[in-house]
Design a binder for this molecule. Structure first.
Ligand code: NPG
Length: 369
């Protein structure tokens, strides 16, 4: 148990090495909120997965900053001696706002673990010190440009290729990549861009032996996903629709997916992510670690999670160079065999480099003493 003395919030921005286009928009810059929590004996870091606009989820940097400043940080500063497991209760009067809560829960847990010298991976029960990595490729301008990117990432060692798709830019692209690489682990992610009227697209994708089709339908739906899963052979995976362990249990029960993407920030932090992992494990549903273009802070957190036993599929845990010329932490490097080391130091095992942090910060606020 420890008391939070102060919380420092920063808005940081880093240019992406190449624009990232999905069915909901194009990003050229990673802009996110970082929290640094100071407790009695340690400090800890958390990265928020929200983005510039409420496009992937209803939360965005503006709403997260407000939720933190107006409600969550004051609640934490008032809470007295607490442990990370108490924070759901501390934040209990605030509904939703999971990405905002995750930022503080992860930062507090990081501080708690640093204080006792335990790594996040060990705390979560990780059973590996390296994890297999995949890469997510944005919608390319042309099929040939996509094929070239796939070639490049495979040469770097990535173990699974995920293609972003949208209506009209789907089957032909998948067919081209599959023809080039008959045996790779290949998946697609629609980010909720289709409807049940598009079932023929998914039937056509069945021919290409995809590892999964991720979030084809509405971002809050499970019932229609269950209907789609009954009509296609390929495993469906849910991302946006899963906001909690309860959501995962319901989706599995309904037959809406056979695989779950766990993004700790989307579900309210690593503690809820562990509960999602456990629900899926108990139901025999494999999970993998999603990514949201995180800087080294969020990446370290994701790698620890991805080392848990039921994370049996390669995650969107790519090397820092896939996103940034110069990360804010020491860069994470993909080994030629397509794996990455899980940080073993106390907490998340990394901290921002002071000069990079200052250079990337556009807004800063300290709450508490
Ligand atoms: O490698 O971090 C990564 C990107 C993986 O495709 C990826 N993320 O829909 O899963 C997604 C997508 C995303 C990125 C969503 C940023 C929202 C923001």
């Amino acid at each position: 148990m420890t008391r939070v003395r102060a919380v420092e919030l920063r808005l940081v921005g880093l240019p992406l090495v190449r624009p990232f286009r999905t069915s909901f928009g194009t990003s050229t810059e990673k802009v996110c909120i970082l929290a640094r929590i100071e407790t009695e004996h340690a400090e800890g870091w958390g990265e928020c997965v929200a983005d510039l606009e409420p496009d992937f989820s209803s939360e965005w940097n503006g709403s997260v900053w407000a939720a933190l400043e107006d409600f969550l940080v004051p609640a934490l500063l008032r809470a007295g001696d607490v442990s990370a497991e108490d924070l759901d209760r501390v934040f209990g009067s605030v509904r939703g706002n999971r990405m905002a809560k995750a930022t503080l829960i992860d930062a507090f847990l990081d501080a708690e673990l640093r204080e006792r010298g335990e790594s996040l991976a060990s705390y979560l029960g990780a059973d590996r010190d390296r994890v297999a990595c995949g890469v997510s490729i944005g919608i390319a301008e042309t099929t040939d440009m996509l094929r070239e990117q796939v070639e490049g990432y495979l040469a770097e060692g990535y173990r699974r290729i995920k293609l972003k798709i949208e209506p009209g830019i789907d089957v032909e692209r998948v067919a081209a990549v599959r023809a080039d690489h008959p045996d790779i682990m290949l998946s697609v992610d629609a980010n909720a861009a289709y409807s049940l009227d598009d079932v023929d697209v998914f039937r056509a994708l069945d021919a290409h032996r995809l590892l999964m089709v991720e979030q084809p339908l509405h971002f809050e739906d499970v019932v229609q996903h269950a209907a789609l899963q009954r009509q296609v052979r390929t495993d469906l995976c849910l991302d946006e629709s899963i906001r909690s362990a309860a959501d995962a249990a319901g989706a599995i029960e309904l037959g809406a997916c056979r695989i779950v993407n766990i993004k700790q920030g989307r579900v309210g932090g690593v503690l809820e992510a562990r509960r999602v992992h456990d629900v899926c494990r108990d139901a025999g549903v494999p999970v993998w670690c999603g990514g949201m273009l995180e800087t080294g802070i969020g990446r370290a957190t994701n790698l620890a999670l991805a080392a848990m036993p039921n994370f049996t599929l390669p995650g969107d845990t790519s090397g820092s160079a896939r996103y940034f010329l110069d990360d804010i932490t020491e860069p994470f490097v993909l080994a030629p065999d397509g794996t990455m080391g899980v940080p073993q130091g106390p907490g998340i095992g990394v901290t921002p480099r002071e000069d990079r942090l200052e250079a990337c910060t556009s807004r800063r606020e300290v709450c508490g003493t």
